[in-house]
Design a binder for this molecule. Sequence first.
Ligand code: GLC
Length: 564
Amino acid sequence: MSKANRSSLPWWKKSTVYQIYPRSFKDTSGNGVGDILGIISELDYLQNLGVETIWFSPFFSSPQADFGYDISDFRNIAPEYGTMSDCEKLIQEIHNREMYVVFDLVLNHTSEKHPWFLESRSSKDNPKRNWYIWRDGKKPGGKKPPNNWKAMVGGPGWHYDKQTDQWYWAQFLPFQPDLNYRNPEVKQEMFDTVRFWLDKGVDGFRLDIINTMFEDAALRNNPFALKMFPSESDDKSFFQNKIYTTNHPDNFDFVKELKNVIDEYSDPERFLVGEITASLEVLKKYCGDIRNEDETDGLNMTFQFQSLDVKLDSEQLRRLISRYEQVFPEPYTPTWVFSNHDQVRRITKLGNNQDKAKLNAMLQLTARGVPFIYYGEEIGMSNHRLPLKTALDPVGQKYSWLPQFLVNLITRSGSISLNRDNCRTPMQWNSSPNAGFCSEEVKSWLPISPGHETLNVDFEESDSTSLLSCYKSLLQLRKTTPALHSGSFHLLPSFLFGNLLSYQRILKKQVVQIWLNPSKKLVPIREIVPKSRLLFSTIADTSSIKDTTLFLEPYQGVIFEISK
Ligand code: GLC
């Protein structure tokens, strides 16, 4: 049966995901750092907003050198965020609201403070030695790294350890040593960790840098590439083509094994979404082969970071969507992600223009695929330009020595921010001095972004034309309009609508048509079917719909249900 005629897809395909960076959401303990009880206190807000699944950046035990992406105990909670019983309550409270929970799984590496690594580095014959990747340095002398491999963030990926006169491998920062997945004990332990959280009711996982799990066993040198920075679909960087360190063939088998683990659980079905920098074709390989009409046998989804820097321009958007539809036809499921805790926030790239942000939201919530909304995106929080010199982010710290002119050059395009603190500032709940994130006597771990006096939840809730109201309406509409969450997707040819981007979502007899005007011109759409019903417009005043012609204002988007 074709998708257009089926009424129900698996829950995760229809869902909308909201990412919480726990450190920045809401502080209840009074230490200026967000916590689990704070999140619980705002679950009604999220339910009311209309998101259906919540993904949490890690709040497991960690020295917080990379704010939770450096884990020292995968089955425990960092005390600044709460306790295991808070975590269990969080899962329960989310489920009570008929919402789903996604945890962040950092399989690739641990913290250097993890007891496994402490043991591993203690001696060459320690039973945990082979849990990490240790090698002799280059001969003679061994005082040079085993080969030329670079870390993802630049600089050598091998680190010398005096104690045993060997080098360990770390894809990311030196304090995040890579686990050795060629050791079956490691795999077993981490798969059991996955089961541990599934048993607690977690509904899915976001997989941190899952394309870096395996490296070339023969340690061959990566070839040279004329490219400094990685881009969204190509990880060549720091003058290296990373053929031996990322997207290694063994990764593709690994994700299938991981999928088998989550398939041990049903009711509800669980899902995996992978963080991967690669071309669409490589991303698709991670999703595996088609298993049945709904599913493939690898990852359920991967982030397609190709959307991060797409211009709000009909031609560029059309090209991107066509590529998604071509590479990820059903049952593959694209994702729509515009911001996250590592990236420049989308609205900053859109010049903080609210109309453009609303249009972007309409695209994100009506195109086929699963949308991922980053906390604060719904109220238009923008990047806060914080000085690199005082960065708390370890990547920012790594580059804090750069002279200002070079920083300006690198960040000029607006799509790279060397300091990830900029997109992690506290959630803006109200206009009080600490934006309602923490009490006024407390210093928040990162400064509150300027402009929070009007750019906050309270303020926008009382304004029916705000970005927040727009998100709420779109989320609600998506939930209650089957064609929008489950319908087939049809991009309409550009010759019909010129500067506009238009597509239909169809499910059984329901036809929903979306028109987006990503231009600064007023654009007429003629011959709107007379019986069409306007479901939503990003601009409240729709008086310009006259007879069968609709004039779309600059950056206006509309959704119609078309009666046949
Ligand atoms: C991923 C995370 C990032 C983290 C890194 C290392 O890219 O999104 O925040 O620093 O992996 O775990």
